[in-house]
Ligand binder design. Structure first.
Ligand code: FES
Length: 278
């Protein structure tokens, strides 16, 4: 499973394709395809439909079930594909090179599986049920391998993981000093450490204080190197925006909230700690 991640010969085509997808004028639909309103990546949720349909069709085929039902399930899987593919491509375009290579092989495999199911549907419709079954089972096998590679991409290569999930657990549980209040100029993100955890401190011009995990939940970019825009901090790597008031993403590709620490001013010092009920 690790092998495609090393296929650097894929980089020129991957880069061009990623630039093309990023330049598409998708507007807010891009965030919907990432899953920002859901608070969860959309692609793994959508992919259940075609996989479920094609698995069910395969079960009917191997158990001598109704061929018409298998045909309908094959067609339903194909009809459900466009949002699955769009959400996958939009997520893929924001990945680092090794993950993009694996993602490209994952996509090629998915398209192959879908084409086999399309051929299966044609064969069934033209009165060749046996050929249709064989093509359908081949397609489902390829889709199974595609799903395994997708799992590798999401978990082993952490393309779908929230990269700041452990920060509350790793930070000291009690109040911890971050510096004198004068050390933090207004509206400038400043990087500090809360024990082992890097955090970004924002002292608002209205004298508000925000301490977020510095490591972006999307792909671990440093928010302290980002910009403040409309009450949010924007990651410099793929431009996810997190609301300062609660850490929630208002612009993808990140879908998970940025961990936000409690703050207090003690004398002339800023202190922070993980929330008691995160
Ligand atoms: S690392 Fe991708 S948006 Fe922050």
């Amino acid at each position: 499973m690790d092998v495609p991640g090393h296929w650097t010969f894929l980089d020129p085509v991957a880069e061009r394709l990623a630039d093309f997808i990023q330049a598409l004028p998708l507007g807010r639909a891009r965030d919907v395809l990432h899953g920002v309103p859901l608070g969860h990546p959309l692609h793994p949720a959508l992919v259940q439909t075609p996989i479920g349909c094609w698995l069910a069709a395969g079960l009917l085929d191997v158990t001598g079930g109704d061929d018409r039902a298998a045909r309908r399930l094959t067609a339903a899987g194909l009809i459900s594909l466009p949002p699955v593919l769009w959400s996958g491509w939009v997520d893929w375009s924001r990945l680092p090179p090794a993950q993009r290579r694996t993602g490209l092989v994952h996509a090629a495999s998915a398209v192959t599986g879908a084409l086999l199911h399309l051929c299966s549907l044609r064969a069934r419709r033209h009165g060749h049920p046996l050929r249709g079954r064989m093509l359908g089972l081949s397609g489902t096998t390829v889709i199974g391998l595609t799903a395994a590679l997708g799992g590798h991409l999401a978990f082993r290569q952490a393309a779908g993981a929230a990269h700041a999930e452990a920060e509350f657990r790793l930070a000291p549980p009690d109040w911890h000093p971050l510096g004198e209040t004068d050390d933090f100029p207004a509206d400038v993100p400043v990087r500090r450490r809360l024990g082992e955890v890097a955090v970004v401190v924002v002292h608002g011009s209205d004298d508000s204080w925000t301490v977020l995990a510095d490591r972006c939940t999307h792909m671990a970019g440093s928010l302290a190197a980002g910009e403040l825009i409309d009450g949010c901090v924007q990651c410099p790597v793929h431009r996810s925006r997190f609301r300062l008031s609660d850490g929630h993403p208002v612009q993808g590709p990140a879908t998970a909230p940025q961990p936000r620490f409690d703050t207090r001013i003690l004398g002339d010092h800023l202190e922070a700690r993980p929330p008691l009920d995160p």
